[in-house]
Write a protein that binds this ligand. Structure first.
Ligand SMILES: [Zn+2]
Length: 506
């Protein structure tokens, strides 16, 4: 246990050990000004994608896409190759906007983890997982350091992105306290293009410092920043966990009972109330249950600006997964639920009641997650999920006819681009946008195996599943970054994106 944030969490729940990698900045090294985006001109490519069915703003069109200096310059039929262009024969493929995973956790270290309870993916391995899975932009959570200093940690992640990233990156600052300094922090962060802030209702601090957190939400809205909220009730989870321990149910096979659905429902109601009270938009991360979704839907009907993200594992797995021997690998907050919840979430995806999918990729080595000393009182929440998020959703959604291509693109790219202030640079294939293009082979069948995985964790909850539809090329700002199983990007080619204001969804 080390660092303010971890202490806060541990005081908070007395049950969790969050790995947030709190540590001082590395000495030495070049200081790159925070948020100075690497110009597309500097690192973008020249490419011509020929013959694909392209998902444009007007639907699917059989057009070619030309990218110059990383930006789309032309969408038209029968474009002819020019000198210096990478030409991609995309006949039979679908060209969709590059995927955006707005919710991941990565270590800024070059060679993580320094300690077993820290994330094992950094911006290089995380980017590899992203690009292999059709994602071109990822949103990484940044926790403050042990002095509650968020700006120095943003600087540290900025340097790591510049040195290590291959996908493009946005950073979400996390507020663990409601200290008065956060008002000034928000102004600075917004100015530097970090137009979001993440809070945790599941922390005891949220209850203790409620007026301060309410002011952070209000101030964020005033600055057109989006507040991300982890919605679970601290008191309910604590009581539930204590009950399990008293009954001798310490094993993680009982993990789902540490956080009953009503914990999420009550926290979501609270989120809705806070949005109404402040007028600020709130984005509920990793919503897991049917009942919590009902609350969000009702609030939206009343015009409350509540946005909903769900997480891939909730769409395919139930709490029964925790009873299997490797169940602890997939412990994440909130827990897996029931088949009724799965159905409701799919209904939400299809009908536009859920806005985004975010992997909440938080990877630890298997031996750490499976450590027999781990219990409902002491565990590391999080699982690797970035790489297979889109292939699974395409297969189970689009290929099976449960999701339209429009919904798939909205859920995996364009909605996140708008909500997080990237649109129309990202999230759409049109002239002027970054040439972030994922080429899908809609008929290709693949079985998910360990050998494919790019996360250093080396396991995935969907191993062994056969999927239909596969991202065969991932093009990031006009350069082929991943193709047919091969990683072609190099560390440092990813950009840190300075964002504009949060945009409401149409
Ligand atoms: Zn998370």
């Amino acid at each position: 246990m080390r660092g303010l944030a971890r202490r806060l969490f541990c005081q908070g729940l007395g049950v969790m050990a969050f790995s947030i990698g709190c540590r001082p900045l590395r000495p030495g090294g070049e200081i790159i000004p925070p948020d100075k985006p690497r110009g597309a001109a500097a690192s973008g490519g020249e490419a011509l994608v020929r013959g694909a069915q392209v998902f444009t703003e007007h639907g699917l069109r059989p057009v070619d896409i030309r990218a110059a200096r990383g930006v789309i310059v032309e969408l038209a039929r029968d474009l002819q190759p020019r000198d210096g262009e990478t030409v991609i024969d995309a006949r039979g493929l679908l060209a969709l906007p590059g995927g955006i995973d707005p919710h991941v956790h990565l270590s800024p270290d070059l060679d993580p983890p320094r300690e077993p309870d820290e994330y094992c993916d950094n911006y290089t391995s995380g980017s590899a997982a992203a690009l292999a899975g059709g994602l071109t932009t990822i949103g990484a959570m940044v926790f403050p350091d042990e002095h509650d200093d968020i700006l120095s940690r943003i600087d540290e992640h900025t340097r790591s992105v510049h040195e290590q990233a291959m996908a493009d990156v946005i950073l979400h600052p996390v507020a663990l306290t409601a200290a008065a300094s956060w008002r000034a922090n928000l102004a600075t962060l917004a100015r530097r293009g970090h137009t979001s802030v993440k809070l945790f209702t599941v922390m005891v601090q949220f209850e203790r410092q409620r007026p301060g957190f309410t002011e952070i939400i209000r101030e964020a809205g005033r600055r057109q920043m989006l507040t991300l909220l982890h919605c679970e009730r601290h008191d309910i989870n604590r009581q539930s966990t204590e009950r399990l321990v008293a009954e001798g149910k310490r094993s993680l096979r009982y993990y789902a009972d540490t956080s009953p659905v009503r914990s999420e429902v009550q926290a979501v109601r609270d989120a809705i109330g806070l949005s109404e009270q402040t007028g600020s938009p709130i984005y509920v991360v990793h919503l897991s249950s049917a009942d919590a979704l009902v609350e969000c839907v009702a609030a939206r009907r009343r015009g409350v600006p509540i946005y909903v993200e769900t997480r891939p594992m909730y769409l395919y797995h139930t709490r029964a997964r925790y009873e299997q021997e490797d169940g602890p690998l997939f412990v994440g907050q909130p827990p897996l639920r029931t088949s009724r919840d799965i159905e409701a979430l799919w209904d939400g995806l299809r009908r536009g009641l859920i806005d985004t999918v975010g992997s909440d990729h938080a990877a630890f080595f298997a031996e750490t997650k499976l450590d027999p000393r781990k219990s409902v009182k002491d565990y590391l929440p999080g699982t690797p999920a970035m790489q297979m998020m889109l292939p699974m959703l395409f297969s189970e959604g689009v290929a099976r006819g449960r999701l339209s291509l429009d919904r798939f693109v909205a859920l995996t790219s364009s909605n996140a681009a708008r909500l997080f202030g990237l649109y129309p640079r990202k999230g759409v294939l049109r002239p002027g946008a970054d040439a972030d293009i994922t080429l899908w082979d809609p008929g290709l069948r693949q079985t998910i195996t360990r050998a494919m995985l790019r996360s250093r964790a080396g396991y995935d909850i969907n191993e062994g599943r056969e999927v239909q539809g596969w991202p065969v090329y991932t093009i990031r700002r006009g350069r082929v970054a991943f193709a047919h199983g091969e990683l072609l990007a190099s560390p440092g080619s990813g950009a840190l994106l300075a964002r504009g204001p949060h945009q409401p969804l149409p």
